[in-house]
Ligand binder design. Structure first.
Ligand SMILES: Cc1cc2nc3c(=O)[nH]c(=O)nc-3n(C[C@H](O)[C@H](O)[C@H](O)COP(=O)(O)OP(=O)(O)OC[C@H]3O[C@@H](n4cnc5c(N)ncnc54)[C@H](O)[C@@H]3O)c2cc1C
Length: 413
């Protein structure tokens, strides 16, 4: 596959019908929402873009095809110093959640797997400790995670309980003196096959409340992880099936500020906003690839971009991308102002992933048969979008959260 790093529009006179040897021009910010960031913040986004374009883009299709993770890129990611964006102190990058959103979009614009790996670690795992940990727990765990010396996972979903985790978790936690004994299984847990710590959400058998535990993957007896095989989306992310058999975890590893599933939901509120940005980035990347392809692919002696129906597809894609960008922009402004509620994040997650799914399908369509070849990138966007659509709450779950908020009536069964 291609390792050339120029943008398509810079490759003048290109007539080849082969897989493009270039990245598409970053044309997907039509309303220039980047101008909502300060100069300093824009410089950070630019560094992330350079990292994604020069380090990730050249190799990611190979890793996707191999169903493996590019561990060699972790040191370069560490140098970007963007772990813990939006969290103050504890060695974290700090800054606004708006900036964190732009970073998520920028990553997914090139690759949603990489954005997911980052989101699981920096959002779900570090966020659980930042929001639910005691001062001592934050001091202990967040600095090494911010330096990527310890990679984190988030274990909520179970083989038999996905959408219904709020009331239905079957993983149990039983207290024995200063120790908790965990039993159960967790499915789909990103980074768990190779990471260092997993936040395990389990039901306390004494009070029936969900509690969070910081579990050390590699040193906790009874904690095993099996890699989930044969995925057709986000193949670069390593998802694990965790089995816990009488795992003993000290009380000091129980998230001290968390008391029930409401606290788990606080983490999901934050990370659903992140996924809304991520899906916007996925749609943006697919649109940019489609635009570049339309300008170079010729049929009937003309670039296909000259055909009205192709322009219609491109304009519809750009409309979706721009609508999603404006939505997540305001979402993060509300988050930074402390106004974000669960239903705000749920509406954005549901809306942006639906629009993304439509956009990547149109992008794939525009590539014709080449759209099903990994070589042309857009097939990867098309496949990965399916996972973004389903994780962090399906469209149905997020819709029910919005429905309850706007009608005052819960339609959850
Ligand atoms: C690539 C990937 C990575 C993931 N990473 C993680 C991770 O790191 N950590 C983690 O904890 N989880 C992770 N997940 C799990 C993810 O959050 C769940 O898959 C998701 O919450 C949906 O649960 P489920 O797959 O069990 O589907 P189910 O809950 O079985 O749902 C199946 C279908 O039924 C619908 N449905 C269910 N209940 C209702 C209802 N009441 N009304 C209407 N429709 C309903 C759903 O919307 C869905 O369409 C990941 C998933 C994927 C695909």
């Amino acid at each position: 596959m291609s390792t050339t790093l120029t943008h398509a529009a810079e490759a003048t006179g290109k007539k080849s019908q082969q897989a493009p040897a270039t990245l598409p021009k970053p044309d997907g910010d039509f309303y220039q929402i980047i101008e909502c960031l300060s100069e300093q913040e824009r410089a950070i986004v630019k560094r992330v873009r350079e990292f994604m374009e020069t380090k990730v883009a050249p190799v990611i299709t190979k890793y996707w095809a191999e169903d493996s993770f590019p561990f060699g890129l972790v040191p370069a990611l560490r140098e970007l110093n963007i772990e813990g964006l939006g969290y103050e102190g504890y060695g974290c990058r700090g800054g606004s959640t708006l900036l964190a959103g732009f970073v998520a979009m920028e990553m997914a614009r090139v690759d949603s797997s990489f954005a997911t790996f980052f989101g699981v670690h920096s959002g779900l795992a570090m966020g659980s400790i930042y929001l639910g940990g005691s001062e001592e727990q934050k001091q202990k765990w967040l600095p090494p995670m911010a330096r990527l010396e310890k990679v984190g996972s988030f274990g909520l979903t179970e083989p038999l309980v996905g959408s219904g985790t709020g009331g239905g978790l079957t993983t149990t936690a039983r207290r024995e003196g200063d120790t908790w004994v965990l039993n159960g299984q967790k499915k789909w847990i990103g980074n768990a096959t190779w990471g260092d710590v997993t936040i395990i959400w389990a039901r306390d058998v004494a009070d029936n409340q969900v509690k969070g535990f910081i579990v050390e993957n590699k040193t906790t007896p009874g904690f095993t992880v099996e890699k989930i095989q044969n995925k057709i989306a986000l193949r670069v992310v390593q998802n694990g099936l965790i089995t816990m058999e009488n795992c003993r975890v000290p009380e000091e590893n129980r998230l001290q500020a968390d008391a029930s599933f409401r606290d788990t939901a606080k983490v999901l509120r934050m990370t659903r906003a992140f996924v809304a940005w991520e899906s916007t980035g996925c749609a943006m990347g697919a649109y940019e690839h489609a635009l570049a392809y339309a300008q170079t692919r010729e049929q009937f002696g003309k670039p296909i971009a000259k055909f009205q129906l192709v322009q219609d597809l491109l304009a519809k894609m750009l409309g979706n991308v721009t609508a999603a960008q404006c939505m997540v922009l305001r979402l993060s402004q509300m988050q930074d102002q402390g106004k974000l509620l669960d239903h705000h994040a749920s509406l954005a997650k549901a809306f942006c992933t639906v629009r993304m799914r439509e956009t990547v399908a149109w992008a794939r369509e525009l590539f014709g048969a080449n759209g099903i070849l990994l070589d042309y990138q857009v097939a990867r966007f098309f496949a990965d979008a399916e996972a973004l659509y389903s994780y962090e709450g399906t469209r149905e779950m997020n819709t029910l959260i919005v429905g309850k908020a706007i009608t005052g009536l819960s339609a959850f069964v």
